[in-house]
Design a protein. Structure first.
Length: 257
């Protein structure tokens, strides 16, 4: 078969443009493609909601790729194992209540199942702002990550959603934007970003699910961003709470939609 480079280029431009146009408006837009964001996208798509996820980096998966200190095995608790089993991610019991899985299998399976369920993922796009209407978050303002990294003066574009999810990890970046730009109170005990506490895996795993909730009208938080926003401890390379947080935020939003 003879290949034509122009047809290859046309195929990429036309199919990508169609995908992006189709998700200018959605039920839920998620910032961050780590385990919590991927889990949320999967469960929302499974609930027949129109969901789109934006990841800043070339690869999705967040910190799960590296396990702990670049040793690419992950640990989950008993509750987290249930989600691994649902996704078909192989795991084994290391000691009672501790289950280990391969980080690469976990990330690739989470991403694949989210897309197969109907979620749309765009990588190399950064959320640099939020859209507001009448004291409510109504969408994300996006730019190419390369524009952000190169500090180029290039204007962004906007996507709209009924609800947004901050799953950006330790930086809780969407919450930071809302607090900085609006100077308003968030639904935390201080009215602002409390900041994450030091390592305490047991408490952190419980807190991350408890802290998964709406923090501003139209805006929810999940994953490590939830503990950073509400003041929970970090929990290191154990990922069950992250997956459970993604599932919880999906359930909370699906009920409202």
């Amino acid at each position: 078969m003879k290949l034509d480079e122009i047809i290859i280029t046309e195929a990429i431009i036309e199919t990508f443009t169609r995908k992006f146009r189709d998700y200018l408006s959605s039920d839920v837009a998620i910032a961050g493609g780590g385990p919590a964001g991927l889990s949320a996208a999967y469960y929302l798509a499974k609930a027949k909601k129109k969901v789109v996820l934006f990841e800043r980096r070339l690869s999705i998966g967040g910190g799960m790729w590296g396990g702990g200190m670049m040793l690419n095995s992950i640990v989950v608790c008993s509750e987290g194992k249930k989600i691994l089993d649902e996704f078909g991610i192989r795991n084994r019991e290391y000691k009672k209540g501790y289950y280990v899985a391969d980080a690469t299998e976990a990330v690739t399976t989470l991403a694949s199942e989210a897309v197969r369920a109907g979620a749309q993922i765009f990588n190399l796009m950064s959320v640099e702002d939020v859209e507001m209407r009448k004291d409510r978050v109504t969408g994300f303002v996006l730019n190419w990550s390369s524009v952000e990294w190169a500090k180029l003066h290039v204007d962004p574009m906007t996507v709209r959603a009924r609800f947004i999810v901050d799953a950006t990890g330790h930086g809780c970046e969407v919450a930071s934007i809302i607090q900085r730009k609006l100077g308003t109170r968030l639904k935390t005990r201080t009215g602002g970003i409390v900041g994450e506490g030091p390592m305490w895996a047991e408490r952190g795993e419980k807190a991350i699910v408890r802290n998964t909730k709406e923090f501003y009208p139209g805006a929810y938080v999940a994953g490590m961003a939830a503990n950073a926003l509400f003041g929970g401890p970090r929990m290191g390379p154990i990922f069950g709470g992250m997956l459970l947080s993604g599932k919880k935020v999906a359930q909370l939003i699906a009920e409202r939609i």
